[in-house]
Design a protein around this ligand. Structure first.
Ligand code: TEU
Ligand code: CA
Length: 550
């Protein structure tokens, strides 16, 4: 059985990882060449975001052919070699399956557009309510209506994401069978993990106008979702106990996640949820500037930690991915305490109950690039919202400030390998600009520095292997109302772990709710610490991992 509780996953966004043929786009050969770097870090899995044939309107989350590699990334031979080379290093490969929608260039959709009923049933086509009025008022997650009119058919199709990403109709058994075939194809290639993109959106409910919101309550965690996941499990990865799975759950509820990631449910190994990353939103509105709410962040994380634990379900724990800004820019400090805060944030996540995910460059403390002009952005969501924000009356300057904080491109700048041209990512012109801080923040420099963020992440990963309490322990929140301290206790078979972190740039004191006698510090981002049996005095962004075995 794959012990995903002892494992750490490293996410690779191939487009921005390493370019070997100098076309400015990272490729599979690039991943192969950097496998030794990944092994050095000590992770168990690499999760590769989609590299299948795609028009790349949404960087591969718009799949045109699930069975073939996009030429930009390489060939099937490259993929097979990657599998071999990864295996030789004890690294397993997790693929990203995008089954809520396809690209509009997928042959199924092309046939649907040509009027073939069999394939129209693969998607969600509906008549408008009246001429020029879409079937419902639902909004696309990338802005605008979620429906697109097709004149030849006099019908609309649903696209919860970009107009080029039509939603599949999972209520059609043929769709479910086709998708299962794709999973089995990649299983036969030795893939040992799957991440399922926005998988809690696949079961659509009633098609009604939403008078309270953007429509999400009608299709999120929909009526047949658990049945469809159980069926997918049974017909594909459930036959191989070595395979781990994670579902990306958009705007989900905890009650549903008890089942998605439930030990006995036979759905998925674990779930990504995002509520803790909306603490710098206004409700569901991301395109605003508000300081992050620290108490809310703790409250959400702790509520999920306890709820999932009590209900025997498993979380993926993470700050970063290819859709999120860089965490050190978001919740840390990119100036005086860059290194301290990057290490602190890593510690908070890695010692929680759940499987930690590291997004490429996070282990170096990579930051948001602070783009100043729309020409620097590539992401369809950012480009759409740059316009939408101005249509709402905001100035260009204001729109830029908001993008610089929230754009998904913040995490998509090239991986910073060294201080040479384009940070060593490519000799050509990178598809998206390199962050200008690469002379200070890069892998070559950090590999040589024993005190670097990289070496600290290495220790965090190793800690999970060395201490069962991190992988299997219960969790108890501490300091819940403290304005700057994030603290919790883990316990397992006589082992006790305390993780105490200062989330702010000022010294702070925590009057401990637990007796700190007999605890030893096993990891910290400072050399000297000050704690007694009753309290902890924490320096800016200080983090302490204390351990005791009775
Ligand atoms: O993302 C799903 C998703 O809804 C968000 O992460 C989204 O990027 C955010 O809400 C926008 O504010 C997944 C993929 O991770 C993302 O890259 C894809 O664009 C999306 O699905 C569509 O496949
Ligand atoms: Ca390339």
């Amino acid at each position: 059985m794959a012990d995903f509780k002892k494992s750490v996953v490293y996410q690779i966004y191939p487009k921005s990882f390493y370019d070997t043929n100098q076309d400015g786009i990272g490729d599979l050969q690039g991943v192969i060449q950097k496998l030794d770097y990944i092994r050095e870090l000590g992770v168990d899995y690499i999760w590769m975001t989609p590299f299948f044939v795609s028009p790349q309107r949404d960087n591969g989350y718009d799949v045109e052919d699930y069975y073939a590699i996009d030429k930009r990334y390489g060939t099937m031979e490259d993929f097979d070699l990657l599998m071999q080379e990864a295996e030789a290093r004890g690294i397993k490969v997790m693929l990203d399956m995008v089954f809520n929608h396809t690209s509009d260039r997928h042959k199924w959709f092309q046939k649907a557009l040509a009027g073939e009923q069999e394939y129209k049933d693969f998607y969600i086509f509906k008549k408008g309510k009246a001429p020029g009025v879409p079937p419902t008022n639902w909004q696309s997650k990338f802005g605008g209506s979620a429906w697109e009119y097709v004149e030849e058919l006099d019908e609309y199709y649903l696209h919860l994401f970009d107009v080029s990403q039509p939603d599949l109709n999972w209520d059609n058994e043929e769709v479910r069978r086709s998708v299962q075939k794709v999973v089995r194809f990649w299983m036969e290639k030795g893939v040992k993990g799957f991440r399922f993109d926005v998988v809690n959106l696949i079961s659509k409910g009633k098609f009604e106008d939403d008078m309270e919101g953007d429509g999400r309550r009608f299709y999120t965690d929909g009526p047949n979702i658990h049945q469809y996941l159980k069926e997918l499990n049974e017909t594909t990865f459930g036959t191989d106990a070595e395979i781990i799975t994670v579902g990306e759950m958009s705007s989900t509820s905890m009650e549903n996640c008890y089942r998605y990631g439930g030990e006995k449910e036979k759905e998925l190994s674990m779930v990504f949820s995002f509520h803790h990353l909306k603490v710098d939103f206004m409700g569901n509105e991301k395109w605003v500037i508000v300081p992050f709410d620290f108490l809310k962040l703790k409250n959400i994380l702790f509520t999920w930690q306890k709820g999932m634990s009590e209900n025997h379900a498993w979380n993926a724990v993470f700050w970063c991915n290819h859709d999120q800004p860089r965490v050190v820019s978001r919740f840390g400090n990119t100036e005086k305490y860059w290194k301290e805060s990057a290490k602190m944030l890593g510690t908070v996540i890695h010692c929680l109950r759940g499987t930690p995910y590291i997004y490429q460059g996070e282990e170096l403390g990579m930051t948001n690039p602070d783009f100043q002009d729309i020409s620097q952005y590539r992401d369809v969501e950012s480009l759409n919202h740059f316009q939408i924000l101005q249509d709402r009356g905001l100035s260009k300057e204001n729109a830029y400030q908001i993008l610089a904080i929230h754009s998904r491109d913040n995490s998509r700048t090239p991986m910073q390998w060294n201080d040479g041209k384009n940070a060593g990512f490519t000799e050509g012109t990178p598809w998206i600009e390199v962050n200008s801080d690469y002379k200070n923040i890069n892998a070559a420099k950090e590999l040589e520095d024993a005190d670097s963020v990289f070496h600290y992440y290495k220790k965090l990963i190793q800690l999970r292997k060395d201490y069962d309490v991190i992988a299997y322990g219960e969790i108890e929140p501490l300091a819940e109302l403290h304005p700057s301290v994030f603290a919790y206790k883990r316990e397992y078979q006589g082992e006790s772990l305390l993780v105490i972190s200062n989330f702010h740039g000022k010294e702070t004191r925590w009057d401990a709710e637990v007796d700190l006698t007999d605890y030893q510090c096993i990891l910290s981002n400072y050399k000297e610490h000050s704690f007694t049996a009753e309290r902890c005095d924490l320096k800016p962004y200080e983090t302490l991992v204390l351990y005791k075995n009775v």
